[in-house]
Design a binder for this molecule. Structure first.
Ligand code: UD1
Length: 420
């Protein structure tokens, strides 16, 4: 299993190209199940999760082809010949559940393995199922699978989401495009990835209003057609490298990064002493002086993203003063804390909050990655620490960060991948 070895203490300086967003690419690939014609996606990141979604879609019988030699464009489309999403794929990647809505909407049925728990919490899919039931699907659970049927097709419905779940909003939005009549998704999530998906669906012939708001209205159509659509730049990757510049005290240009998509991250970094300015082709991130402790609380977009909590905590670990980091989206998302403490951080967790007392410096150590964002936070800690840090179990990192060691090395970091 690969390791990442880092010798810390060097400020980052240079340019990093931000890739297409994993969390936009996954639902967009599932949207390819909604039509017989070809959906061409561009700016596709090269990540393990994208490859897993390609495998899943292909085993439904729908072709997933590289549309260009560089592998950055995918062409998806064809007849659905199998409506089952097997446990072996779903257990690897929870986002597999995004095929549920498109399969029921187009094929009238789906059997999708329940994803089960994951490192950061139990993560049920009850809202996905309740929304589909509101659209007339009959849902049965058997043998660890969700079996959803709608032989006469789905019908439009109003569903008020008890919580703005990202995945449920995406699944129900896709399903509603082919339902009979009008659907309203109220208290919907409004992450930029959902806007990206909605715009693609419109390009495929869907009729959606309220895009970007928490109330999506969908007039169902009989069929969708092919389209070509670009995946947005990854706001989580952008925020991650902004935090890397913050912890190392460097100046980094994030090519393709978009300020508007960062939501509350910009304000929190600004309060911590990090300047982010928009340029014609990206963002310039500079740490002006020392870092200051700032309290943050994770919330649905445009609040502070849970997917940046671990990375921001590393900045707080080396900031002047104390801060409180509160996690409201997932119940078990502080697994990076014991590892950071092994590197000399002073962090105490009390329920959903972590009290971070800034220290002057971290020291390198062997550490273990537990999930995607925790892994990258350990890389960031390694960049800030004195001495060598070895991050183990980097397969987590490869699910969501493309060429992380090359991108950081190009900015002067001493970082390499080694086979353990
Ligand atoms: C997506 C992102 C993930 C991010 C998360 C929150 C993708 C592929 N993944 O995950 O990176 O961390 O949004 O921004 O885009 N919940 C329920 N019932 C449901 C659905 C969700 O209780 O039916 C709960 C979850 O357990 C969790 C919370 O709602 O505690 C947020 O989940 P959700 O917004 O659905 O996240 P995902 O779509 O799984």
């Amino acid at each position: 299993m690969d390791q990442i070895r880092i010798r810390g203490g060097r400020p980052l300086s240079g340019e990093i190209a931000i890739g297409g967003a994993k969390n936009a690419g996954l639902p967009l690939m599932a949207a390819g199940l909604l039509t017989d014609e070809r959906l061409v996606l561009t700016s596709v990141p090269q990540l393990a999760d994208i490859a897993t979604m390609a495998t899943l879609i292909a085993q439904h019988g729908v072709a997933v082809d590289k549309a260009t030699n560089d592998g950055r464009s995918l062409s998806i489309g064809g007849a659905i010949t199998n409506t089952e999403a097997p446990y072996d794929i779903v257990r690897k990647m929870r986002a597999s559940v995004l095929v549920l809505g498109p399969l029921v909407a187009r094929a009238g049925e789906a059997r999708v393995s329940l994803p089960g728990g994951c490192a950061i919490g139990t993560r049920p899919i009850d809202l996905h199922l309740k929304g589909l039931e509101a659209m007339g699907a009959v849902i049965r659970l058997d043998g660890g699978y969700v079996h959803a049927t709608a032989p006469q097709g789905l019908r439009g419905a109003t569903y008020v989401m008890p919580f703005p779940s990202v995945g449920a909003t995406e699944n129900l939005l896709m399903a509603a495009t082919l339902a009979d009549g009008q659907s309203v998704l109220a208290n919907a999530a409004r992450e930029p990835e959902i806007t990206n998906l909605a715009e693609c669906l419109v390009a495929m012939g869907a009729r959606i209003t309220g895009i970007g708001s928490d109330r999506l209205t969908i007039e169902g159509v009989k069929r969708l057609h092919g389209a070509s659509h670009a995946i947005i730049p990854d706001r989580i990757e952008t925020a991650t490298y902004a935090c890397a510049a913050a912890v190392t005290g460097g100046t980094v240009k994030l090519r393709g990064g978009r300020l508007a998509d960062l939501g509350a991250v910009v304000r929190s970094l600004d309060e911590a002493g990090v300047d982010i300015s928009e340029e014609a082709d990206g963002l310039l991130v500079r740490r002006l002086n020392g870092l200051r402790g700032v309290d943050v609380m994770t919330e649905p977009y445009p609040g502070f993203p849970t997917d940046v909590q671990a990375q921001f905590m590393v900045a707080m670990a080396v900031a002047d003063g104390a801060s409180m980091v509160t996690e409201t989206i997932f119940e078990n998302r502080f697994m990076h804390v014991p590892e950071l403490n092994r590197m000399g951080a002073r962090i105490n967790v009390h329920g959903a909050s972590a009290i971070v007392r800034g220290v002057r410096a971290l020291s390198g150590a062997p550490v273990m990655a537990t999930d995607l964002r925790a892994s990258v936070s350990l890389v960031l800690a390694g960049l800030a620490a004195a001495g060598e840090t070895v991050v183990n179990r980097v397969y987590h990192l490869d699910r969501g960060y493309e060429a992380v060691e090359q991108k950081l090395a190009a900015c002067g970091a001493s970082i390499e991948r080694a086979a353990a």
